[in-house]
Design a protein around this ligand. Structure first.
Ligand code: KIV
Ligand code: NA
Length: 264
Protein backbone atom coordinates (compact mmCIF):
# COMPACT_ATOMS: atom_id res chain seq x y z
CA UNK A 1 0.00 0.00 0.00
CA UNK A 2 1.03 3.59 -0.59
CA UNK A 3 2.65 5.49 2.28
CA UNK A 4 0.16 7.50 4.36
CA UNK A 5 0.80 11.24 4.21
CA UNK A 6 -0.42 14.17 6.28
CA UNK A 7 -2.48 15.62 3.38
CA UNK A 8 -3.99 12.17 2.72
CA UNK A 9 -5.23 11.98 6.31
CA UNK A 10 -6.62 15.50 6.03
CA UNK A 11 -8.60 14.44 2.95
CA UNK A 12 -10.26 11.61 4.87
CA UNK A 13 -11.93 14.14 7.14
CA UNK A 14 -15.16 14.79 5.21
CA UNK A 15 -16.86 11.51 6.01
CA UNK A 16 -14.01 9.29 4.80
CA UNK A 17 -12.55 6.10 6.26
CA UNK A 18 -11.81 6.14 9.97
CA UNK A 19 -8.14 6.70 10.80
CA UNK A 20 -6.59 3.76 12.65
CA UNK A 21 -3.75 4.74 14.96
CA UNK A 22 -1.76 2.69 17.45
CA UNK A 23 1.31 3.27 19.59
CA UNK A 24 4.53 1.36 18.93
CA UNK A 25 8.01 1.40 20.40
CA UNK A 26 10.18 -1.03 18.41
CA UNK A 27 10.93 -2.31 14.90
CA UNK A 28 9.41 -5.80 15.24
CA UNK A 29 5.98 -4.60 16.31
CA UNK A 30 6.17 -1.79 13.73
CA UNK A 31 6.35 -4.36 10.93
CA UNK A 32 3.24 -6.11 12.27
CA UNK A 33 1.31 -2.82 12.60
CA UNK A 34 2.23 -1.97 9.01
CA UNK A 35 1.09 -5.39 7.78
CA UNK A 36 -2.20 -5.11 9.69
CA UNK A 37 -3.07 -1.87 7.87
CA UNK A 38 -2.60 0.64 10.69
CA UNK A 39 -2.64 4.20 9.26
CA UNK A 40 -0.81 6.15 11.96
CA UNK A 41 1.92 4.75 14.21
CA UNK A 42 2.58 6.87 17.29
CA UNK A 43 5.75 6.54 19.30
CA UNK A 44 4.09 7.75 22.47
CA UNK A 45 5.82 8.96 25.58
CA UNK A 46 3.61 6.29 27.17
CA UNK A 47 6.81 4.30 26.59
CA UNK A 48 7.94 5.74 29.92
CA UNK A 49 5.24 3.70 31.62
CA UNK A 50 4.91 0.57 29.46
CA UNK A 51 8.58 0.15 28.42
CA UNK A 52 10.55 1.85 31.19
CA UNK A 53 8.24 1.02 34.11
CA UNK A 54 7.98 4.61 35.30
CA UNK A 55 5.02 5.91 37.31
CA UNK A 56 4.35 8.73 34.79
CA UNK A 57 5.51 10.00 31.40
CA UNK A 58 7.33 12.98 32.92
CA UNK A 59 10.90 11.59 33.09
CA UNK A 60 10.95 10.53 29.40
CA UNK A 61 13.72 12.34 27.51
CA UNK A 62 14.12 13.46 23.90
CA UNK A 63 16.97 10.91 23.66
CA UNK A 64 14.53 8.15 24.69
CA UNK A 65 12.01 9.30 22.09
CA UNK A 66 14.62 9.53 19.31
CA UNK A 67 15.91 6.03 20.12
CA UNK A 68 12.45 4.41 19.94
CA UNK A 69 11.27 6.50 16.97
CA UNK A 70 14.29 5.46 14.92
CA UNK A 71 13.72 1.79 15.83
CA UNK A 72 10.05 2.00 14.77
CA UNK A 73 10.95 3.83 11.54
CA UNK A 74 13.29 1.00 10.53
CA UNK A 75 10.53 -1.59 10.97
CA UNK A 76 7.75 -0.10 8.83
CA UNK A 77 7.08 1.67 5.56
CA UNK A 78 3.48 2.73 4.92
CA UNK A 79 2.05 4.17 8.16
CA UNK A 80 2.50 7.83 9.05
CA UNK A 81 5.07 8.00 11.85
CA UNK A 82 4.25 10.43 14.66
CA UNK A 83 6.57 10.98 17.64
CA UNK A 84 5.62 12.47 20.99
CA UNK A 85 7.44 15.53 22.25
CA UNK A 86 8.23 14.63 25.89
CA UNK A 87 7.63 16.76 28.98
CA UNK A 88 9.36 20.19 28.82
CA UNK A 89 10.87 19.50 25.39
CA UNK A 90 8.57 22.16 23.87
CA UNK A 91 8.44 24.61 26.77
CA UNK A 92 9.47 27.47 24.47
CA UNK A 93 9.88 27.91 20.73
CA UNK A 94 13.66 27.42 20.63
CA UNK A 95 13.56 24.24 22.72
CA UNK A 96 10.64 22.90 20.69
CA UNK A 97 12.47 23.55 17.44
CA UNK A 98 15.53 21.65 18.65
CA UNK A 99 13.49 18.71 20.02
CA UNK A 100 11.28 18.38 16.94
CA UNK A 101 14.28 18.59 14.61
CA UNK A 102 15.82 15.58 16.36
CA UNK A 103 12.58 13.55 16.20
CA UNK A 104 12.25 14.30 12.47
CA UNK A 105 15.89 14.20 11.34
CA UNK A 106 17.32 11.49 13.64
CA UNK A 107 14.14 9.59 14.50
CA UNK A 108 12.52 9.66 11.07
CA UNK A 109 9.13 10.93 12.26
CA UNK A 110 6.87 12.79 9.82
CA UNK A 111 4.89 14.61 12.50
CA UNK A 112 5.36 15.50 16.17
CA UNK A 113 2.69 15.49 18.88
CA UNK A 114 2.51 17.84 21.84
CA UNK A 115 0.09 18.24 24.74
CA UNK A 116 -1.79 21.35 25.76
CA UNK A 117 -4.03 24.19 24.67
CA UNK A 118 -3.62 27.95 24.63
CA UNK A 119 -0.01 28.08 25.80
CA UNK A 120 1.19 25.81 22.94
CA UNK A 121 -0.11 28.01 20.10
CA UNK A 122 3.12 29.94 19.58
CA UNK A 123 5.10 26.68 19.49
CA UNK A 124 2.66 25.05 17.04
CA UNK A 125 2.84 28.05 14.71
CA UNK A 126 6.64 28.11 14.80
CA UNK A 127 6.93 24.39 13.99
CA UNK A 128 4.29 24.39 11.27
CA UNK A 129 5.71 27.43 9.49
CA UNK A 130 9.02 25.54 9.32
CA UNK A 131 7.23 22.55 7.78
CA UNK A 132 7.13 20.28 10.82
CA UNK A 133 3.56 18.93 10.96
CA UNK A 134 2.04 18.98 14.45
CA UNK A 135 -0.56 16.80 16.14
CA UNK A 136 -2.11 18.50 19.16
CA UNK A 137 -3.39 16.58 22.21
CA UNK A 138 -6.20 17.83 24.49
CA UNK A 139 -8.39 16.48 27.28
CA UNK A 140 -6.49 14.19 29.62
CA UNK A 141 -2.92 15.26 28.95
CA UNK A 142 -0.75 12.83 30.97
CA UNK A 143 2.13 15.33 31.20
CA UNK A 144 -0.28 17.46 33.31
CA UNK A 145 -0.79 14.69 35.89
CA UNK A 146 0.36 16.80 38.85
CA UNK A 147 -2.02 19.63 38.01
CA UNK A 148 -4.90 17.28 37.19
CA UNK A 149 -4.32 15.15 40.28
CA UNK A 150 -4.60 11.85 38.44
CA UNK A 151 -5.71 10.27 35.19
CA UNK A 152 -9.42 10.99 34.82
CA UNK A 153 -12.01 12.14 32.32
CA UNK A 154 -11.81 15.84 31.41
CA UNK A 155 -14.36 18.38 30.16
CA UNK A 156 -17.34 17.20 32.20
CA UNK A 157 -18.18 20.58 33.76
CA UNK A 158 -19.62 23.13 31.29
CA UNK A 159 -16.76 25.59 31.87
CA UNK A 160 -14.14 22.86 31.23
CA UNK A 161 -15.99 21.72 28.11
CA UNK A 162 -16.09 25.29 26.78
CA UNK A 163 -12.36 25.71 27.37
CA UNK A 164 -11.61 22.40 25.64
CA UNK A 165 -13.71 23.40 22.64
CA UNK A 166 -11.97 26.77 22.46
CA UNK A 167 -8.55 25.06 22.74
CA UNK A 168 -9.47 22.68 19.91
CA UNK A 169 -10.36 25.61 17.63
CA UNK A 170 -7.19 27.41 18.70
CA UNK A 171 -4.72 24.57 18.01
CA UNK A 172 -6.36 23.94 14.63
CA UNK A 173 -6.18 27.65 13.89
CA UNK A 174 -2.49 27.67 14.84
CA UNK A 175 -1.88 25.08 12.13
CA UNK A 176 -2.02 21.70 13.89
CA UNK A 177 -2.98 19.05 11.33
CA UNK A 178 -4.39 16.43 13.68
CA UNK A 179 -5.82 16.42 17.22
CA UNK A 180 -5.78 13.64 19.81
CA UNK A 181 -8.69 13.81 22.27
CA UNK A 182 -8.06 11.72 25.37
CA UNK A 183 -10.72 10.89 27.98
CA UNK A 184 -13.38 13.43 27.05
CA UNK A 185 -17.15 12.86 27.01
CA UNK A 186 -18.47 11.38 23.77
CA UNK A 187 -20.78 14.34 23.04
CA UNK A 188 -17.99 16.89 23.46
CA UNK A 189 -15.62 14.92 21.20
CA UNK A 190 -18.40 14.74 18.60
CA UNK A 191 -18.94 18.48 18.75
CA UNK A 192 -15.21 19.20 18.40
CA UNK A 193 -14.97 16.75 15.49
CA UNK A 194 -17.90 18.47 13.76
CA UNK A 195 -16.59 21.97 14.26
CA UNK A 196 -12.89 21.74 13.39
CA UNK A 197 -11.44 21.02 9.96
CA UNK A 198 -8.60 18.70 11.06
CA UNK A 199 -8.99 14.99 11.91
CA UNK A 200 -9.64 14.08 15.56
CA UNK A 201 -8.18 10.88 16.96
CA UNK A 202 -9.91 9.65 20.08
CA UNK A 203 -8.80 7.56 23.03
CA UNK A 204 -11.58 7.32 25.57
CA UNK A 205 -13.44 9.95 23.52
CA UNK A 206 -16.25 7.86 22.03
CA UNK A 207 -16.94 6.62 18.50
CA UNK A 208 -17.59 10.03 16.94
CA UNK A 209 -13.96 10.99 16.32
CA UNK A 210 -12.36 10.75 12.87
CA UNK A 211 -10.05 8.02 14.14
CA UNK A 212 -8.98 6.05 17.20
CA UNK A 213 -5.72 5.34 18.97
CA UNK A 214 -4.78 2.84 21.68
CA UNK A 215 -1.63 1.98 23.56
CA UNK A 216 -0.35 -1.20 21.86
CA UNK A 217 0.28 -3.02 25.14
CA UNK A 218 -3.28 -2.26 26.32
CA UNK A 219 -4.62 -3.70 23.05
CA UNK A 220 -2.55 -6.84 23.68
CA UNK A 221 -3.62 -7.00 27.32
CA UNK A 222 -0.06 -7.03 28.64
CA UNK A 223 0.05 -3.66 30.42
CA UNK A 224 0.41 -4.42 34.14
CA UNK A 225 -2.21 -3.15 36.57
CA UNK A 226 -5.76 -2.00 36.09
CA UNK A 227 -7.07 -1.80 32.53
CA UNK A 228 -8.24 1.72 31.68
CA UNK A 229 -11.96 1.89 30.84
CA UNK A 230 -11.29 3.05 27.27
CA UNK A 231 -8.97 0.19 26.31
CA UNK A 232 -9.83 -3.27 25.07
CA UNK A 233 -7.80 -6.48 25.04
CA UNK A 234 -8.05 -7.52 21.38
CA UNK A 235 -5.82 -10.57 21.93
CA UNK A 236 -8.67 -12.13 23.92
CA UNK A 237 -10.52 -14.36 21.48
CA UNK A 238 -7.74 -14.24 18.89
CA UNK A 239 -4.87 -16.68 18.55
CA UNK A 240 -2.08 -14.38 17.41
CA UNK A 241 -0.84 -10.82 17.67
CA UNK A 242 -1.49 -10.34 13.94
CA UNK A 243 -5.11 -11.46 14.35
CA UNK A 244 -5.58 -9.09 17.30
CA UNK A 245 -4.14 -6.17 15.30
CA UNK A 246 -6.38 -6.89 12.30
CA UNK A 247 -9.41 -7.16 14.62
CA UNK A 248 -8.59 -3.71 16.03
CA UNK A 249 -8.15 -2.20 12.54
CA UNK A 250 -11.49 -3.65 11.42
CA UNK A 251 -13.29 -2.62 14.61
CA UNK A 252 -12.18 1.00 14.18
CA UNK A 253 -12.99 1.05 10.46
CA UNK A 254 -16.45 -0.42 11.09
CA UNK A 255 -17.05 1.78 14.15
CA UNK A 256 -17.67 -1.22 16.41
CA UNK A 257 -14.88 0.03 18.71
CA UNK A 258 -15.09 1.97 20.94
CA UNK A 259 -18.44 0.96 22.41
CA UNK A 260 -20.32 2.77 25.17
CA UNK A 261 -18.49 0.63 27.75
CA UNK A 262 -15.19 2.20 26.57
CA UNK A 263 -16.53 5.78 26.52
CA UNK A 264 -17.63 8.54 28.89
O1 KIV B 1 1.85 8.46 24.72
C1 KIV B 1 0.86 7.95 24.17
O2 KIV B 1 0.75 6.72 24.01
C2 KIV B 1 -0.21 8.83 23.69
C3 KIV B 1 -1.45 8.21 23.13
C4 KIV B 1 -2.21 7.46 24.17
C5 KIV B 1 -2.32 9.19 22.44
O3 KIV B 1 -0.06 10.01 23.77
NA1 NA C 1 1.77 10.68 24.91
Amino acid sequence: RAPITVPALQQRKPGGDKIVALTCYDASFAAHLDAAGVDVVLVGDSLGMVIQGLASTLPVSVDDMVYHTAAVARGMRAPLLVADMPFMSYRDVATAMASATRLIAEGGASMVKLEGGAWTLEVIEALVVRDIPVCAHLGLTPQSVHRLGGYKVQGKLPADAARLLADAHAVAGAGAQMLVLECVPTALAEQITREIAIPTIGIGAGPGCDGQVLVLYDLLGITPGRRPRFSKDFLRGHDSIDAALVAYVQAVRQSTFPGPEHSY
